[in-house]
Every structure is written in C-alpha cells, then in structure tokens.
Design a protein around this ligand. Structure first.
Ligand code: NDP
Length: 277
C-alpha cells in the first residue's frame, strides 16, 4: 500500500515493458515495508529531457535509465561522477533540489555478481565481447581493478573506438575470440547476441583453460546457449540476472534509504518471470 507521502522512482526506457527492474524494486519495497513505488516509464528519445525534468518537478526521488537513453542521461545531468564519465553513460539518476546527479552502476554490478558466484575478476585477463554501452561500463570497471582487458566486437571500428576511450585495453578481431580464450581467465558476453528469440552467440571453448570463467550479461533467457556450452566444457558460468540485481542496489539505497540485499529469495522471485532457456 502506498500513501500520499510515498517516495517515487522508476525506470526510463524505450521500450521499457521488458524491464524486470519494477519487479525487483517493488519486491524490495515490500520486503522493507517502505511507503514507496517504482514504476516503468516508457519515454521516446525525443521526450527524454522533458520527462526527466518533469519527474524531478513531480517529486520523484530519481530513476534508472535503460536503452536507449543512457548517453542522453549523461548529457542532461548537472553533476556526474567519475564512474559515469568513464562509462560514457548514466544508468542511475538522483534528484536533489535543482540538481540531477548521475552515476553508472553497471560495472560495479557486474563485478559484484562475479564475486557472488565465487569468481575473482583479478584472476587474469578478461576478454569482452561487444563494444556497446554495457561493454564499456564493464571494461572500465575491470581496468579500474587493474584487470587487463581485450575487446572483440563484430564491428571492428566500434571496438577501436572503445579502446581509444579506455587506455590499457586492446582490440582483437572478432574471429580471434575462440583461440584467444587460451590467454584469458574470463570471457564476458556484453553483446546482445543470445537474447531470447535472437541468434545465439557462437563460441568455441576448445582452447579455454580449465579455470576460465564465462559470464553472460544477457539474462533473458536465464541460461543462454553460451552458458550451456561453457558448462558442457566444465567451465564456471555466471548469468546476467545477478548483474541486474546488483546494479540496482545503489539506486534503491539512495532513493529509499535502505540498502537492499541480493539473495536467493529475490533472485527466484524475479527469475520466475524469465524463460529458463
Ligand atoms: P548496445 O546496443 O550499446 O550494444 C550492442 C552490442 O551487441 C554491440 O557490440 C553489437 O555489435 C553487439 N551485437 C548485437 N547483436 C549481435 C550479434 N548477433 N552478434 C554479435 N554481436 C552483436 O547494447 P548494450 O551494450 O546496452 O547492451 C548489450 C546487452 O547487454 C543487451 O542484451 C542488454 O540487455 C544487456 N545488458 C544487461 C545488463 C544486466 O544488468 N545484466 C545491463 C546492461 C545491458 P555491433 O557493434 O557490431 O553492432
């Protein structure tokens, strides 16, 4: 139940109906008995700026930002932190007075999810597939932790553009991603390949050492073909839903005043809405 004094937040996206963030945040609100609500906010790109100013004026405490608005969110903030600047994108907004404060929690959420699965990112070099917004946030977070990063992307020019933004990373050809596993401790799928009803990512694991961990940030389905193939090779796997949950923690804490916990109960609750494979 919410009252007239409820604290409000939401997720801005276009489209946004696929987002599991409302399920997640409202589960936590309920668990902590907080007078608040977290709502989906479908906003077309041309209305993004007006929507953000409108939410602030309407007393919202803040919002998450998802595809395709993360770069526009960076531009609209009156203040952004170092992490958002490095990621080139904002996924979490906090409204305080006249200020719009932006950060990016995707990289930290990715790292927290790895650790929750017993995978230490600093164990060795990481090979990131993809050069979009999520790849950039993850690469920045790994580099910040002194993890060497290689980037392979279907479109080579985007991989080079990303590597230029993040000194210390190097670019591999897309076709090199199979053989390159021999020199990496972690493989990250940060592409959209493998998403439900789309073409799965084709990855050969025969060159991977036994200790390689494979993380997929796609979480619909929960068990992508990439993860199934990696597991069949005896490799450790990390699914993407945990990243979504961990990246949500700082926003919830700032808006609603309680730091929520990512545990099996909340995982199972949100996972029950997602096809398993
Ligand atoms: P972008 O649109 O910015 O980037 C998409 C990337 O995927 C590009 O590198 C693109 O390559 C690549 N790609 C798309 N289709 C294919 C394909 N069939 N084969 C190979 N590469 C492909 O998206 P984001 O970076 O924002 O998001 C990427 C994925 O990560 C999405 O599925 C998103 O849902 C997921 N995600 C998950 C999060 C979580 O919390 N678990 C958080 C954020 C994102 P190219 O440059 O060649 O087009």
């Amino acid at each position: 139940m919410i009252t007239g004094a409820a604290t409000l937040a939401g997720v801005l996206g276009w489209p946004v109906r696929h987002s599991r963030s409302p399920l997640l945040h409202n589960f936590w609100l309920d668990r902590h008995g907080i007078d608040g609500a977290y709502v989906p906010l479908p906003v077309a790109p041309e209305h993004f700026a007006a929507a953000v100013h409108g939410l602030r004026a309407a007393g919202f405490r803040g919002a998450n930002v998802t595809i395709p608005h993360k770069e526009a969110a960076l531009a609209i903030c009156t203040k952004v932190d170092h992490t958002a600047r490095r990621a080139g994108a904002v996924n979490t907004l906090l409204f305080t007075g006249e200020s719009i404060i932006g950060t990016n929690t995707d990289g930290a959420g990715f790292i927290a999810n790895l650790r929750a699965h017993g995978v230490e990112p600093a164990a060795g070099p990481a090979l990131i597939l993809g050069a979009g917004g999520a790849a950039r946030a993850i690469a920045a977070a790994l580099l910040e932790r002194a993890v060497p990063v290689s980037i392979a992307n279907r479109s080579l020019d985007r991989a080079h553009a990303l590597a230029r933004e993040l000194p210390g990373s190097r670019v591999l050809y897309w076709q090199e991603r199979h053989a390159a596993l021999a020199d990496h401790a972690l493989l990250v799928n940060a592409t959209a390949a493998g998403l439900h009803r789309s073409e799965p990512l084709d990855q050969d694991f025969t060159r991977a050492g036994r200790d390689v961990a494979v993380a997929d940030i796609v979480y619909v389905p929960l068990m992508t073909k990439l993860l199934t193939d990696a597991a069949a090779h005896g490799l450790r796997t990390v699914g993407g839903l945990g990243m979504l949950m961990h990246q949500a923690v700082p926003g919830f804490a700032q808006w609603f005043g309680v730091t929520p916990v990512v545990d099996q109960e909340v995982f199972d609750f949100v996972a029950s809405d997602i096809p398993p494979s």
